[in-house]
Design a protein around this ligand. Sequence first.
Ligand code: DMJ
Length: 447
Amino acid sequence: MKISLTVIVIFFSIASSQPKRIVGADSIANEVKKEFLHSWNAYKQYAWGADGVRPLSKKPYTWYDESLLMTPIDAFDTMILMGLTKEADEANLLLLSSLSFDKHLSVKNFEITIRILGGLLSAYQMTNEKKFLSMAEDLGNRLLPVFESKTGLPHVNVNLKTGVVEGDTTNPAETGTLLIEFGTLSKLTGKPIYYEKAKRALVETYKRRSAIGLVGQSIDVNTGKWTATNSHLGGLIDSYYEYLFKCWKLFGDEECKKMWDEGITAINNYLADTVRGELWYGRVDMNTGTKTIRAWGGLESFFPGLLAYSGDIERAKRLQLSSYAMWNKHGIEPESYDYVDQKVRRNGYPLRPEIIESAYYLYVLTGDTTYQQMGVTFFNSLKQYCRTDAGYAELKNVITKEKEDMMESFFFAETLKYLYLLFAPPSTLDLNSVVFNTEAHPIRKTW
Ligand code: DMJ
């Protein structure tokens, strides 16, 4: 099926006011598009049909025994946003002809939901191709068994063919980052079950918050007891907070708003940390609020964007400056950074988008070109340290800049999408018309 330009045009509404843009913004947007093509062409040449391409060895990789087309599905809506019609047609054809979930694979519910279910739903909304919705529904049904635990908290893995579940130890990010996708599936199919199951998982997580309103980083789905009580904004917790706010935005679910309001109050009371006058958010024990580790990192860097989106522009601006200082320490951000000693704790950079995502939200919501300037720095670092002949490579070490032979699909879904949107003409996408899932798949409230 050819993707009709009319559908694409309908999707984007013109932004109401014209924000300031840095000189040359259009040509930077074009350059980002060129880099997207450079990476997509590597996938096409070396890994067509696989989950992704390895950017050093130029070999394909798959997550499981069979491919689930991670890169094409994650990249598809970015292509449409970038106006890459030929590439979108190729990906569209591949997805419609080859993507199937009738496979004997035990997959990770969280990753498959945010990348594939989210990708299919935005593909459906962008193209009006009904098969994308029926594929999403088929996938949603195959994932549903994860919720069959004593608490309603989802198991970690599910076999797509048999429905057999595995993994009893999970975390708030995995239990609480499902409602945008499952909820949208309910709204688009008219079947409430998906919303109900994912909402329950979110509420069951929230219900187990401590007396001071914080969640831990590891929980048992059968007992509902915390198995690790450290609380923070990094991996294992991060997008739980993101979905509390965004599910209110997308579905108008007041209970989500209430949970967000309580969550953000606790975060600001106990995690916020001021060092050298800079705002950071550290790690604490969820029960006592006692600081355990004073660290920030690549994953945490989504939080300025969420603060800005939820209306706290002042904290958002200060925190983005802290993330930016962390990035500039070695010219690219580490996975974890001790913000007191200003030393790297974990030294990889897996092409993460979060700091760019925050720059995008801050730019759109404040109109301040400072955030486009930051974007120039991020883009230059990516080109300087990560670019290879076959796309972009993660870094093993941000200090030595040694590369790793891996390019995750979120580089296409998120990193390059947010970078492009940061510089593209405002008419490309009106942030008021969509809510991005945590993998940057834009969902439009059509209900
Ligand atoms: C993505 O898969 C999602 O943004 C997720 O919420 C966190 N990690 C990666 C990107 O860093």
